[in-house]
Design a protein around this ligand. Structure first.
Ligand code: NAI
Length: 255
């Protein structure tokens, strides 16, 4: 069977992703700062820094020297301090992926959780690349600390970084491991209220009413599982919107 590492597996989309892989018979190793009661194959880790992610990777390797897939689902909303947002959503995610890529079997896959708030990433590629050019966490964070555009919109910036990172990692792993991202709109998880506080309740509730509800965590998990599957063997460096059509609506309305 396959071995899959799922970060953020204690809650929301991560928990649904872990359950979906487990239903297919995969061995799932969860990574999260919280560990569900009675969980087996679970690594408690703080993924908010490269150091924390590297320590998590060590523990994962001790449990499974070879893995097939890595699903980077852990993330924090923009109501968290901006350093934490960039730490968990970008720096920890990148460090865990870099540390585990050598353990991923040929033909394996990595899936990152981005967001449809990152749809404008292409307009900011130089800034995103500048942030990602710093290998050291402290240097990366220092490079944006005086930039209110970044610190005031840290969640959007973090998910735009994830889109660029997925493509960079896909390009670096061509023919060996595929790397894609998934971009949901609102999903009914414990952090949906934080998104309302961050992006505006009216805006988020308006989006939810347009699509006839928020996504269930399972609706996002199913796409993560698909991207890891053989059915997606030629999908690489792509982002898949899982937003009930919200992105299509915004694009069409803006015309
Ligand atoms: P959630 O809060 O239910 O799950 C996030 C998980 O990440 C939690 O189990 C949490 O403990 C873990 N986590 C957070 N910080 C951590 C750290 N420092 N170290 C280790 N684990 C940590 O939230 P949800 O909604 O399931 O979010 C999953 C991903 O989906 C996130 O990346 C989020 O940004 C993204 N997303 C969520 C949307 C939504 O509407 N819920 C919309 C678009 C994207």
């Amino acid at each position: 069977g396959r071995t899959v590492v799922v970060t953020g597996a204690a809650s929301g989309i991560g928990a649904a992703t872990a359950a979906a892989f487990a239903r297919l018979g995969a061995r799932v190793i969860g990574v999260d700062r919280n560990v569900p009661d009675g969980a087996r194959d679970f690594v408690r880790a703080d993924l908010s820094s490269s150091a924390g992610a590297a320590a998590a990777a060590e523990e994962v390797r001790a449990l499974a020297p070879r893995i097939d897939h890595l699903a980077n689902i852990a993330g924090v909303p923009g109501t968290a301090p901006w350093r934490t947002v960039l730490g968990v959503n970008v720096l920890g995610l990148r460090a865990l992926t870099d540390a585990l890529l050598p353990s991923i079997a040929e033909g394996g896959a990595v899936v990152h959780l981005a967001s449809n708030v990152a749809d404008g990433w292409a307009a900011r590629v130089p800034q995103l690349r500048a942030f990602l050019s710093h290998a050291d966490d402290a240097e990366a964070l220092a490079s944006v600390e005086d930039d209110a555009e970044v610190t005031g919109n840290s969640y959007r910036f973090s998910k735009e970084c994830v889109r660029v990172l997925a493509q960079a990692q896909a390009a670096a792993s061509l023919g060996r491991v595929r790397v894609n991202s998934v971009s949901p709109g609102p999903v009914s998880t414990p952090i949906l209220d934080d998104f309302k506080r961050d992006h505006g309740t009216d805006k988020v509730e308006g989006a939810i009413s347009l699509t006839g509800g928020a996504a269930t965590p399972e609706a996002v998990a199913d796409v993560v599982v698909f991207l890891a599957s053989d059915g997606a063997r030629w999908v690489n460096g792509s982002d898949v919107r899982v937003d009930g059509g919200l992105g299509a609506h915004r694009f069409t309305e803006a015309a």
